[in-house]
Design a protein around this ligand. Structure first.
Ligand code: URA
Length: 222
């Protein structure tokens, strides 16, 4: 286990690199490790500021991205727009995240996933989402300064509500919608996946405007 991961455990308790509580995902990662011995193939820890004001919640690691590198949204298409936008807004020290040891840092923001293990076809089951939710809940509890939670897609949105014990029916997902939660504002965005960006469902200006608004709400206006 790397020092980075030990540090994450010491700081949060919201991450367990040895978690195997979802048998299907544990089996999938064990099989992937056999095929790709150099891949991370464990739950992927959160990445970014230790006391963020903005928490960005994705869906789950991609098999050849975060599951390979061990850092959320790193090493595959989904992270391109995300890290470029964070850099443009001064939240990241660089425009690209290529590897867990590339020296990149985030300021004021942290990235995590609703589900920490890569699922087959990027689709966690409802059971896996709820089992993994304890980690997101622990993470949110350990982050008193978070003012804005940016949910990348409906699954992330629902996972945040579940983690906070809030009813889904009271907060419907919609791109750009702001939900006043007791502890923070939940700001919804379409996921920055390859599919969404290549079909134009989510453009760079659309995503920048979401993240600019997150900065405003967090008091990090640039
Ligand atoms: N990579 C991640 O870490 N999360 C996603 O939601 C997509 C890709």
């Amino acid at each position: 286990m790397t020092e980075r991961v030990r540090g994450a455990i010491r700081r949060g308790g919201a991450y367990d690199p040895d978690c195997t509580r979802c048998p299907r995902l544990a089996g999938y990662l064990a099989e992937a490790k056999g095929r790709y011995p150099d891949y991370w193939c464990r739950p992927v820890p959160y990445f970014g500021d230790a006391r963020p004001r903005i928490l960005i919640v994705g869906l789950a690691p991609g098999m050849h991205g975060a599951n390979r590198t061990g850092r959320p949204f790193t090493g595959d298409y989904a992270g391109i727009l995300l890290y470029e936008t964070l850099f443009e807004l001064g939240l990241s020290t660089g425009p690209q995240s290529v590897a867990a040891d590339d020296g990149l840092g985030l300021r004021g923001a942290r990235i995590t996933n609703a589900v920490k293990c890569a699922p087959p076809e990027n689709k966690p089951t409802p059971d896996e989402i709820s089992r993994c939710n304890a980690y997101l809940r622990a993470e949110l509890e350990a982050l008193p300064d978070v003012r804005v939670i940016v949910a990348l897609g409906r699954i992330a949105h629902d996972a945040v509500l579940l983690a906070l014990g809030l009813r889904r029916s009271a907060f419907a997902f919609a791109h750009g919608r702001e939900h006043a939660l007791p502890s923070a504002t939940l700001l919804d965005s379409y996921h920055c996946s390859r599919y969404n960006t290549q079909t134009g469902r989510l453009t760079a200006p659309m995503f920048k405007s979401i993240m600019r608004r997150a900065c405003e709400l967090a008091g990090l206006a640039r």
